[in-house]
Write a new protein. Structure first.
Length: 520
């Protein structure tokens, strides 16, 4: 007797009742399987949602705790700043400053120390009991930062090892200016990394879970429970910085950690006051194992049912697997299109010939600078530049040589030692422009003269020029104003710089000139 006939006989499939019962049992088993699967999936999704919510709440609370820590530190630094004489810190008031710093430091247990340095990096005052002999801190990153940046806001640097105690500390500093606004030194507070280590240890977390304090450039200040060798490691390639923080200042997501490539469920929050980010990561594999243990009775029942309806289960699982693969492909395609779109947006702001920012980026940057000028009351300067007798150059050497000339001029301008806040752009044709926020007309003239000299020093041959040097030269015009009405200001400053450029051309070219910010 064949197997099919035996089964048919065993389940009485030849009768209508047997067929009805077989169909009923099949439907019943299917319903049980669907309900069981739905229940288990909902249980896992609730577990994921609760974990994501807990990770976000933990990161938000720790971001606020970090804000409070550094806010207290900033308040202390501002109090120190008020104690500094107008002429800047000197050794004459060392005793008084030492006492003040010691009292302030004792009131904040998270501080390792408070320090005041003069403009040369010499130790003027400290909360420590003694100053190491022959120590100068002008080599520290925070000192170099404040010496090169005029803003008086706080600066939080990478973790360093204290020269007084040997502890790992996070430096928070402010620039000290003299009465004339010149650099007079640095006031520094060092926050113990151990204060965050101790505070984070209060939270119950798994062995594979993370709680990290980061700078917004991706540098790790402290990561629980990883060793100190992970401190100052750059995590800028992590999806946290490449994707998540681009979209929102706080949120959740699942990705492989850039620290150890382990998949975690993350919650993150950016500080609204300081360049700090806190991320809490829950080990997804450990979470899955815990959920499996809690769901074991249901899983055993489901496994039994799956064995009974193996064929149906195989079809369903194959369909689910196909759907997941399609979703992964769609997600990868979406990410690829997003990356391409971002690349195209970046390329749209650059000049394809010289690699400098193009006219579009110039217009956006100029409007932003004028808005900040209107708010701050500090002027914006604009330098308009034009290659002398460039049409003759093209007529003599050809357009290919003309393009090479533009590239070399752009490279010479790009290599000028400007501030990070300045912008050099190709304005159009043979014209270039430099936008100088917070710069006076005199400062703009000096930079314009440097630009003229930089192009002259490239010594690009130009036999068709009317100038005696027979090389490619540059004419530049400078103009500066303080923002009031941004749209009209943009037109006004461009017209002023253009008029100054015309004046430089009229005076013989190969030079830089200015005009006063009067009516045009």
């Amino acid at each position: 007797m064949k197997i099919g006939e035996k089964l048919s006989g065993a389940f009485v499939l030849h009768s209508s009742l047997g067929k009805t019962m077989a169909i009923f049992m099949l439907l019943l088993l299917t319903a049980v399987l669907v309900i069981s699967a739905w229940t288990l999936d909902n249980s896992w999704q609730r577990k994921l949602e609760d974990t994501e919510s807990n990770a976000v709440n933990l990161s938000v609370s720790q971001a606020r705790q970090a804000e409070d820590t550094f806010l207290q530190t900033e308040i202390t630094l501002r109090a120190i700043e008020r104690e500094i004489p107008e002429g800047g810190p000197t050794s004459e008031n060392k005793a008084r400053l030492d006492k003040v710093l010691a009292e302030m430091k004792n009131s904040l247990p998270q501080l390792n120390g408070l320090f005041v340095y003069d403009a040369q990096g010499n130790w003027i005052a400290t909360s420590a009991t003694h100053i190491p002999v022959g120590i100068n801190n002008s080599d520290r990153e925070y000192f170099t930062y404040h010496r090169q940046n005029r803003h008086t806001g706080t600066h939080i640097g990478h973790v360093i090892r204290s020269r007084t105690t040997g502890e790992l500390v996070i430096p928070m500093s402010i620039r000290l200016n003299d009465a004339a606004g010149a650099f007079a030194g640095v006031a520094l507070a060092t926050v113990r990394v151990d204060s965050f280590r101790r505070f984070y240890s209060y939270f119950e977390m798994g062995d594979g879970d993370l709680l990290a304090l980061l700078l917004d450039d991706g540098t790790a200040l402290y990561v629980r429970p990883l060793p100190d060798t992970f401190i100052n490691r750059s995590l800028s390639s992590s999806p946290l910085f490449t994707t998540q923080l681009v979209q929102a200042d706080r949120g959740k997501g699942t990705w492989n950690s850039a620290l150890d490539n382990k998949e975690r469920i993350f919650g993150y929050a950016r500080s609204g006051q300081y360049p700090l980010i806190v991320a809490a990561g829950i080990d997804k594999s450990a979470l899955w194992s815990q959920w499996l243990r809690d769901s074991m009775p249901d899983l055993v029942l489901n496994a039994t049912l799956l064995m009974i309806i193996l064929m149906i289960g195989t079809v369903v699982l194959r369909q689910v697997r196909t759907n997941v693969e399609n979703q992964v492909e769609l997600t990868a395609l979406r990410d690829e299109l997003t990356t391409i779109n971002q690349s195209l947006q970046a390329l749209a702001m650059l000049d394809g010939l010289t690699g400098l920012p193009n006219r579009r980026q110039f217009d956006v940057f100029l409007l932003q600078s004028l808005k900040r000028s209107a708010a701050s009351g500090r002027p914006v300067a604009l330098i308009m530049m034009d290659i002398d007798f460039f049409k003759r150059y093209n007529d003599t050497y050809g357009h290919v040589a003309g393009d090479n000339c533009l590239r070399r001029v752009g490279e010479a301008l790009k290599n000028m030692p400007l501030r990070q806040t300045d912008l050099i752009a190709r304005y159009g044709g043979e014209e270039f422009a430099i936008v100088l926020p917070d710069a006076s007309l005199d400062a703009a003239l000096r930079i314009a003269q440097s630009a003229v000299e930089a192009v002259r020093e490239t010594a690009i041959p130009h036999e068709s020029t009317s100038l005696e040097e027979r090389i490619v030269t540059l004419s530049a015009g400078c103009f500066a104003l303080t923002g009031h009405h941004v749209t009209l200001d943009a037109q006004h400053i461009k017209e002023g710089a253009d008029l100054a450029l015309y004046q430089a051309k009229h005076q013989g070219r190969n030079r830089a000139t200015t005009i006063d910010a009067g009516p045009l």
